[in-house]
Design a protein around this ligand. Structure first.
Ligand code: SF4
Length: 327
């Protein structure tokens, strides 16, 4: 029996290079080794987008198409929509009864986001309880592993604490999920801030060739390099980070060396990168076109995923109801 892995993504807009290199490539590898469950976290999206739910509705299918187009394989992975499995909500409710409030209030992401996100009011019950819903999402499938970045480790630790508390109170029902630590390249957006749809600084998987070239040409490089004749420092340049992903090993080194002695200009370096990026995204975009014109196939994949996930979720909830004597 392969171990079970669970991961999800919030449908709050188009997917960009950060999603591809930060999550989806890793999912693609994991599905070769584990029994993977990947879900569209639409209820999670509602915690921040409650005033603008249309964006969630508009993003769900686009997101599934992106997943399929980058190689998430429905023969190897189960793809489903969170809100179609009502048992997530039931387990969330039960877990919220046993989760002490200070565990949630000390969550670093919660504090950070409350301060950082100024364009919407996140001081809601749902937003505070976000990690409890996340715990329910994971343990309802008795997932053994969860892929996380270092910054998400406290969330997973909270899930493990909730599991321990549940098992202590009601008997051993859930395994404690373990982290699969993922290394992700730090991708910056066009403006030098973290690539994020909320900053509108992203290169999207669906961008046209013209848009890709325009965006790359606007990207910040080494801020100290004002003229082509100035030597550059590739280690502080976001274009170089992308070169390392998209260019061949020997050529990456060559660019770095030339950059350091002002042997290559940023315009030329960006032109090389634009072409590499276009080459890399073209097959993904061809698959996007295929799935857009075979939309019934996409819907069938997701409906099958929902049915498969539901069987496990329902069986877990029967155990849970028995354990808490509400059966
Ligand atoms: S030459 Fe390339 S790596 Fe060097 S600063 Fe310019 S864009 Fe960055």
């Amino acid at each position: 029996m392969k171990e079970r892995v669970l991961s999800g993504m919030r449908p709050t807009g188009k997917l960009h290079l950060g999603h591809l290199h930060g999550a989806l490539e890793n999912w693609r590898d994991l599905q070769e080794k584990y029994n993977c469950y990947f879900f569209i976290a639409d209820w999670h999206a509602l915690t921040s987008e409650y005033a603008n739910p249309q964006i969630i509705k508009d993003s769900i299918w686009d997101m599934v198409i992106d997943w399929l187009s980058v190689g998430i394989d429905p023969k190897k992975s189960t793809i489903f929509i969170q809100s179609k499995i009502l048992e997530h909500a039931e387990l969330h409710l039960i877990l919220s009864m046993i989760t002490p409030l200070p565990w949630l209030e000390r969550n670093p992401t919660y504090k950070e986001q409350l301060q950082e996100v100024t364009n919407r009011d996140l001081s809601t019950y749902g937003f505070l309880g976000y990690p409890v819903l996340q715990a329910a999402d994971i343990i309802i499938y008795k997932a053994n592993k969860v892929p996380v970045g270092v910054d998400q480790l406290p969330h997973l630790e909270l899930t493990r604490e909730i599991v321990r508390r549940f098992n202590y109170l009601y008997g051993d029902v859930f395994p404690e999920p373990e982290a699969i630590l993922t290394q992700t390249p730090k991708l910056l957006g066009i403006d030098g801030r973290k690539m994020s749809k909320s900053y509108q600084n992203s290169i999207y998987l669906s961008d046209s060739h013209r848009e890709i070239k325009e965006k790359i040409s606007q990207m910040f490089t080494d801020p100290q390099r004002a003229r082509k004749s100035d030597p550059g420092n590739p280690s502080v340049c976001n274009i170089y980070t992308l070169q390392k992903i998209y260019n061949k090993e020997g050529q990456v080194e060559e660019i770095a060396e030339k950059c350091r002695v002002a042997g290559i200009g940023c315009v030329e370096c960006k032109n090389i990168l634009s072409q590499l990026l276009v080459n890399a995204l073209t097959p993904i975009q061809e698959k996007r076109r295929y799935y857009r014109s075979h939309f019934d196939e996409v819907k069938d994949i997701v409906w099958k995923g929902i049915k498969d996930a539901q069987i496990i979720a329902q069986s877990t909830m029967e155990e849970v109801r028995k354990a808490i004597r509400i059966d």
